[in-house]
Design a protein around this ligand. Structure first.
Ligand SMILES: C[S@@+](CC[C@H](N)C(=O)[O-])C[C@H]1O[C@@H](n2cnc3c(N)ncnc32)[C@H](O)[C@@H]1O
Length: 222
């Protein structure tokens, strides 16, 4: 079964011998890839909606992996069980991801690794998780179909971050590289456009956007 570059990169970041819960599995292509990697990775695919759960089951059946991948229907971390040490949440908005984590704080305390790929509000996700028992262990960019996605790996523990590190990502700032520049060139352009469209009375939004634009320019033009 064909997997896209984004999901493949997420799959390759999962450590050998992990027991994963993939929240919002949709088609379960990631879970199929994970167990086929033969790194002794176990996976539970879960989704809040019946349609994706049915599709996941069909795909898993086609691959004859019913014994290896369990599919669970449920909202967010409600599908957790104690053998799981790694939680994957990808392809969702950052606010939804924060909501999923907020709804089950006790579950969040039990896991060691979170692999998170939010479509937006990445800074808010980092702030929330780093204030709730995790630090940022790794960050990767992946380009897929003209879009650049962020993948952030959180591990249990504590670290303090500056405003700049929360905004850009502490590991991204160390690694930098061509996708960092390309990503923030786009972020710069989108903020420049936004500033031409925002009405004058949206004072806070204009202020925040200007400040972010300054930060981005400083980082990529230095
Ligand atoms: C766009 S798909 C992403 C699929 C896959 N994770 C990926 O990265 O390609 C989002 C999936 O998340 C599911 N979802 C949304 N909110 C959820 C929640 N609170 N708990 C579990 N699944 C959720 C949706 O039903 C949908 O199947």
């Amino acid at each position: 079964m064909k997997i896209n570059a984004r999901l493949k990169t997420i799959g390759d970041l999962v450590e050998a011998n992990s027991f994963c819960l993939d929240i919002g599995c949709d088609h379960a292509l990631l879970d199929i890839y994970l167990v086929k990697r033969q790194k002794n990775i176990k996976a539970i695919a879960s989704d809040i909606a019946k349609g994706p759960v049915e599709q996941a089951k069909n795909n898993i059946k086609k691959e004859r992996l019913e014994k290896e991948i369990e599919v669970r229907l449920g909202d967010g971390l409600s599908t957790y069980s104690k053998e799981i040490n790694t939680i994957i949440i990808s392809g969702m908005g950052g606010k939804n991801i924060i909501g999923i984590c907020k709804n089950h704080p006790k579950v969040l305390k039990k896991v060691n690794t979170l692999i998170i790929s939010p479509n937006n509000y990445q800074e808010d996700v980092k702030k929330y998780l780093c204030k709730n028992g995790f630090y940022i262990n790794n960050e990767e960019f992946v380009k897929d179909n003209h879009f650049i996605y962020q993948i952030i790996i959180f591990k249990r523990g504590k670290k303090k971050y500056t405003k700049r590190e929360y905004f850009f990502g502490p590991i991204f700032l160390i690694k930098k590289g061509p996708l960092f520049r390309e990503y923030y060139e786009k972020e710069k352009k989108s903020r420049e456009i936004l500033l031409t469209l925002l009405p004058k009375n949206y004072r806070y939004k204009r202020y925040k956007t200007k400040k972010e634009l300054e930060m981005i320019k400083k980082e990529i033009e230095d």
